[in-house]
Design a protein around this ligand. Structure first.
Ligand SMILES: Cc1cc2nc3c(=O)[nH]c(=O)nc-3n(C[C@H](O)[C@H](O)[C@H](O)COP(=O)(O)O)c2cc1C
Length: 138
């Protein structure tokens, strides 16, 4: 099975999550600014919340690579506890891209909130989540 881990990260929190997931799956995390070069059965998309939304580059990535994405699995962080899952799922499905009902979310440090998050436990949970997805949805 071909698996990719993609991320957008302004401040490094989402990158930390992507690195944990990619490490667990033995692949290299790649930014959403890099085009896909072939089809992937599962794309773990690590995309956090900015002004209530995923960054525009995240949906641009999905749109430009829709034909090559077998299934998207969303992971995110935010200050308030809201995930990007709902927005990404709605937009991706409009583009004909399948999105797993299972998603991962944890707090992400922002200003005075959630210092140090995602922490080691958050990253381990994200890695376990990704492994379980591949076992369950393969
Ligand atoms: C410009 C900006 C806007 C943000 N807007 C929100 C928001 O609307 N809701 C929220 O819960 N968190 C918000 N956050 C917090 C981020 O979701 C959180 O810090 C996340 O972990 C950032 O990931 P990153 O370090 O990979 O960029 C915002 C952060 C930034 C930098």
């Amino acid at each position: 099975m071909v698996v990719e881990v993609r991320y957008f990260s302004r401040g490094g929190n989402t990158l930390r999550l992507a690195e944990a997931v990619a490490g667990a799956l033995d692949v290299k995390p790649l930014g959403v600014d890099q085009p896909m070069t072939g089809r992937a059965d599962v794309v773990f998309l690590c995309a956090s919340v900015y002004g209530g939304l995923p960054d525009k580059s995240v949906m641009t990535f999905v749109k430009q690579n829709a034909r090559d994405i077998g299934r998207l699995v969303v992971l995110s962080t935010s200050a308030t506890g809201r995930s990007t899952f709902g927005r990404i799922k709605a937009a991706a499905e409009d583009m004909g891209v399948k999105v797993s009902e299972n998603f991962y979310h944890c707090p992400g440090a922002w200003t005075l909130f959630h210092k140090g998050r995602p922490n080691r436990d958050d990253c381990e949970r994200a890695a376990a989540f990704a492994r379980a997805i591949l076992e369950r949805e393969a």
